[in-house]
Design a protein around this ligand. Structure first.
Ligand code: PEP
Ligand code: CA
Length: 505
């Protein structure tokens, strides 16, 4: 007899920014109980599903979620009680139907996701397997459990910063063959080194809403000079051990049909932005560019994918809003080549999985992301491993709500190592983008500044950073023998393979 849902209870809590969000507890008739909470964003895409808020200016600055909580405790609870929590697809469909709108504006994507996540957690608990394993077996999006690579946000601007820089995130990305513990070690080492370098340079800095540094620099490109200097002062080698990425969040820079950056007084046209990105690519080997253009500027998305997509991940976040139709359209249009996945942009786990499946079929890369307003729930760590994501983006390796995810990944890493003997992806080579970036660094060392310097007439202020180390590419590390902190429960004989409706049988 499968366990069934016996009760559901939601409450209003606050997220890491001091903004209300929802926590939901769900219990089964066998006494098992799960709790989960949902994140919320700051740079919210205009096509994201609708978060229901009270708009009552008398409390929580109008951002209360008591109406959404009430929906869970009444309408939704009545509908799901007595149901089998492993029937995720059927229950998610029920939530979508209860809402009945195309953007989930009746009961809210926040109330829907809180319940959808709780059901997924309860499904795993009902058969006593770890959540990441349950997700892998249920959705079969990856044949082997492996740790995703990590994108660490180190420096923040835009709406995550302090009115300092325009680009929202400057990221460090350890090479994809590096195992998770080493990757986290690199991130922690460099996070603290960046602060030292900023202090040495007298750059006024604090931290932004996700914990990245918010230095007051002259231009956006200056950040890369800081990052290069940091890596040179560390045991690591740029473009071999660690690479760069950016989240431009370009909708936030879009004004009067152009993009405003402090790198020059005149805003940039879309064409000029592509030239700007090319220079970042050539000078600093930035191989990950998220939301380079505003969400409706589709022609520019196609242009950049055509011109840079061979060597660079062009990633749709606010552009695709984890939406199946938008993802399918972008695949047809060839307007990007990777998707950033945030379950709360769409509302249910089943819809999120559908987007990942589409991306996989198109050979796109998949990045599972936090939101700027997070909670201590580590759900997305299990989710990222379970769906076989290529990358995670959980912020810097600091702040409780971010490290909750990184620390959960440490547990998962050790469990996978213990059970499989390896937790790294099958390929131990650098990815094509990484190889390209590494080769570009070598080439640059034999060429001179003429080709690479961003001159004043090119509207940039940085100096050339050609003096990167020439060390050989380090071989992939062999995973060490570890003892897991948690013993895995026995794995069921029959896999939870999806049936026609994407459900367990
Ligand atoms: C992002 O833009 O990728 C992000 C995490 O920010 P937010 O949650 O504010 O959308
Ligand atoms: Ca983004």
């Amino acid at each position: 007899m499968p366990a069934t849902i016996q009760g559901l209870y939601a409450r209003e809590i606050i997220d890491s920014r001091g903004v209300p969000t929802i926590e939901c507890s769900l219990w089964l008739d066998n006494g098992a109980i799960v709790a989960t909470s949902v994140p919320t964003g700051t740079s919210v895409g205009k096509y994201e599903a609708h978060e229901l808020r009270d708009n009552d200016s008398e409390r929580m600055n109008g951002k209360g979620v008591l109406k959404a909580v009430e929906f869970i405790n009444t309408t939704i609870a009545q509908s799901v009680i007595g149901k089998d929590p492993t029937q995720q697809f059927e229950l998610d469909q029920l939530l979508v139907d209860l809402d009945g709108t195309s953007d989930k504006s009746k009961i809210g994507s926040n109330s829907i996701l809180a319940v959808s996540q709780a059901i997924l957690k309860a499904g795993a608990l009902s058969i006593n397997v770890p959540l990441y394993y349950y997700i892998q077996q249920k959705y079969q999006l990856t044949a082997q459990l492996a740790m995703p690579s990590c994108i660490y946000t180190m420096i923040n601007g835009g709406s995550h910063g302090a009115d300092n820089l325009d680009i929202q995130e400057f990221e460090l990305i350890p090479a994809s063959h590096i195992d998770y513990e080493t990757s986290l070690n690199i991130a922690v080492t460099l996070y603290h080194k960046i602060e030292e370098v900023l202090t040495l340079k007298g750059a006024i800095h604090s931290t932004g809403i996700v914990g990245g540094f918010t230095p007051n620099l002259y231009s956006n490109t200056d950040v890369f000079e800081i990052l290069v200097e940091t890596i040179k002062a560390s045991p690591y080698t740029f473009a071999q051990d660690v690479f760069f990425g950016i989240d431009v969040a370009a909708s936030e820079l879009y004004t009067g049909g152009k993009y405003a950056l402090k790198d020059r007084s005149e805003p940039y046209t879309a064409k000029e932005m592509i030239t700007y990105y090319k220079k970042l690519r050539d000078l600093y080997h930035v191989f990950y560019i998220e939301d380079p253009f505003q969400e409706d500027d589709i022609g520019s998305w196609q242009d950049i994918t055509r011109e840079l997509g061979e060597t660079t991940k062009i990633v749709g976040d606010s552009f695709l809003v984890t939406n199946k139709d938008k993802t399918a359209q972008a695949i047809t249009d060839q307007s990007c080549n990777a998707v950033l996945v945030k379950p709360n942009q769409t509302g249910t786990i089943s819809e999120t999985v559908e987007v990942i499946r589409l991306a996989r079929e198109a050979n796109w890369q998949v990045i599972i992301s936090h939101r700027s307003g997070e909670t201590n729930d580590d759900f997305i760590a299990d989710f990222a491993v379970g769906v076989g994501a290529d990358y995670t983006k959980f912020g810097p390796p600091a702040r409780g709500e971010r490290v909750a995810k990184y620390n959960r990944m440490l547990q998962i890493h050790q469990e996978i190592l213990h059970n499989q003997g390896t937790s790294t992806k099958e390929s131990t080579a650098l990815t094509p983008e990484e190889v390209e970036a590494a080769q570009a660094v070598e080439t640059k060392q034999t060429e001179k500044a003429e080709q690479t310097t961003m001159t004043a007439s090119d509207d940039a202020t940085s100096t050339d950073s050609e003096a990167f180390s020439q060390d050989k590419i380090t071989p992939p590390s062999t995973p060490a023998e570890v003892t897991p902190s948690v013993e895995l429960p026995p794995i069921p004989d029959a896999p939870l393979a999806p049936s026609k409706q994407g459900e367990t049988t």
